[in-house]
Design a protein around this ligand. Structure first.
Ligand code: FES
Length: 132
């Protein structure tokens, strides 16, 4: 699925964001489990990840209509947009739901960071399951 880009204005790429990849081989050609990036306000975590070769699944194209971009915000949630009601409803469908679960496509960078997001190892497999 192609990511649907938004027209939010982007700030300079100065916000420190770390992605922790439980299974880097399924998401990237880079085997590192920890990827330190810089993002700009107005970007979603999904956009930042994809632009840096971290292929978080995004079956609906980033419009909050699936839950395949599920991530855990380990710290820095206050630097992200608040979860909308529709995101909260959608993320409840994600496997492995935790208190810090968010949808990467709905996490818009708003503060100066730092932010740490964990991408679960089963992210890649979530889309491959047969629909029930
Ligand atoms: S990509 Fe579908 S909800 Fe984020």
């Amino acid at each position: 699925m192609t990511l649907k880009h938004n027209d939010r204005p982007r700030g300079p790429a100065i916000v420190p964001i770390t992605f922790l990849l439980d299974d880097p081989a399924s998401l990237s050609t880079d085997p590192s489990k920890e990827r330190r990036l810089k993002g700009g306000t107005g970007m979603s975590l999904l956009e930042l990840a994809l632009e840096n070769g971290i292929n978080i699944e995004h079956a609906c194209g980033g419009v909050c209509a699936c839950s395949t971009c599920h991530v855990y915000i380990e710290s820095g949630n206050e630097n992200l947009s608040e979860a909308s009601e529709s995101e909260e409803d959608r993320v409840e469908e994600a496997p492995g739901l935790q208190r810090n679960s968010r949808l990467a496509c709905q996490c818009i960078i708003e503060g100066n960071g730092p932010i740490v997001a964990r991408v679960p190892g089963w992210n890649r497999n979530a889309i491959k399951e047969d629909p029930h």
